[in-house]
Design a protein. Structure first.
Length: 361
């Protein structure tokens, strides 16, 4: 890394750190106003509240990082422009595009980092915090983690599940019935008092197994086992949780898995799910787009005052999210294809950003 790159990045990362911490605190304070009464009523310990907000952070990076990047870039480049430092750098033979490359790379790396977090920790942290707030709202009632009756159909494997109770904390199910249809037309039915996920597979307790012929007639007497390792069952706890969660708590890979196990969904349902899938993939690239949009407005800020450049950049930023919601609405109403609904804001503002960057002077 050249000395000039280090200087530019140092001038950028300091305001970025302040912006990131500031917006994180604003988000926490705003959220605390919404949930404070529940925390007080449930007498939630302060350490649990701190844990709650630490767990909340990965799920909100998709909103905090882009605005922090944009405002930090506006401050950094406008300061360099106002002090004629960019002019001096260009006078020494360095092109404007080359000067902007460190910031573009920061935006690109931020997009990759947010995409990884949004696909791994983000959905898990969002669902954990959602359940935690529900529990505090119900005065620490752990029943919010228990669902039932609950059914699941795996159309690909020809298998359906039904359970009276399912505890999502320790992955234990009670009064379970599993029907398996075989390729030759026969079937098998498992009835168990309890099922538990251990060592990467389901273990059933007090199991009754009954085989049926093609006409649904029993084939021999039922077999009873105290414990049975269910190697033939391929569903994991994550599959059941994906069935229970709203799409906002699912990663793109989980949404793809949901579509794979439900090939007979209605067209409108498939459209809604696919829109969520593409939107989840597209949103992290906001970091790169706002970085590119911020660069030309930063130069505008340095020459003509802070107000004009900041306002134009913020208008573009919120315009992006308006277009995201428009795309979501159009995609879920099947007006446009799901991939267009998900990627339309990115494509449009990336084109706008590219034009603005090329016109920079």
């Amino acid at each position: 890394m050249k000395l000039i790159d280090k200087y530019l990045l140092r001038s950028f990362f300091v305001p970025f750190a302040y912006c990131f911490i500031g917006f994180a605190m604003i988000y926490i304070i705003f959220d605390l106003f919404n949930n404070l009464s529940d925390f007080i009523d449930a007498k939630t310990p302060i350490l649990l509240v701190v844990k709650f907000y630490l767990f909340l952070m990965p799920s909100v990076l998709i909103y905090i990082v882009p605005i922090s990047l944009m405002l930090a870039l506006l401050y950094s480049l406008s300061s360099l422009t106002r002090n004629n430092e960019l002019t001096a750098m260009r006078a020494s033979g360095v092109s404007l595009f080359r000067l902007m490359m460190p910031f573009i790379m920061v935006g690109f790396m931020a997009s990759l980092a947010v995409a990884v977090i949004n696909e791994t920790l983000g959905p898990l942290s969002a669902y954990w915090t959602y359940q935690f707030v529900r529990q505090q709202h119900n005065k620490k009632d752990f029943s919010v983690y228990v669902v039932g009756p609950f059914g699941f159909v795996n159309e690909v494997a020809g298998r359906d599940w039904m359970m009276n109770f399912y505890d999502t904390r320790d992955q234990v199910m009670y009064e379970v019935v599993v029907n398996q249809k075989n390729p030759d037309g026969t079937s098998r039915k498992y009835q168990a008092q309890r099922g538990r996920w251990l060592d990467g597979r389901w273990w059933f307790a007090e199991v009754i197994v009954q085989n049926y012929d093609r006409n649904g007639n029993p084939m021999g007497p039922p077999q009873f086992q105290v414990h049975r390792e269910m190697m033939e069952l391929t569903e994991t706890p994550e599959v059941f949780l994906n069935e229970l969660k709203d799409p906002e708590f699912l990663s793109a890979s989980s949404i793809a898995a949901y579509l794979k196990t439900h090939p007979r969904l209605s067209k409108d349902k498939v459209a809604r799910v696919r829109v969520d899938f593409h939107t989840r993939l597209a949103m992290p690239w906001t970091c790169l787009i706002v970085t590119m949009i911020g660069m030309p407005f930063s130069a505008q800020t340095g020459r003509k005052g802070a107000f004009i450049g900041v306002m134009l950049a913020i208008m573009c930023f919120f315009g992006y999210y308006v277009l995201v919601n428009v795309g979501l609405a159009m995609g879920k109403k099947m007006v446009v294809a799901p991939w267009i609904a998900g990627w339309m804001p990115d494509i449009f503002f990336l084109c706008v950003a590219s034009i603005l960057v090329r016109r920079m002077r």
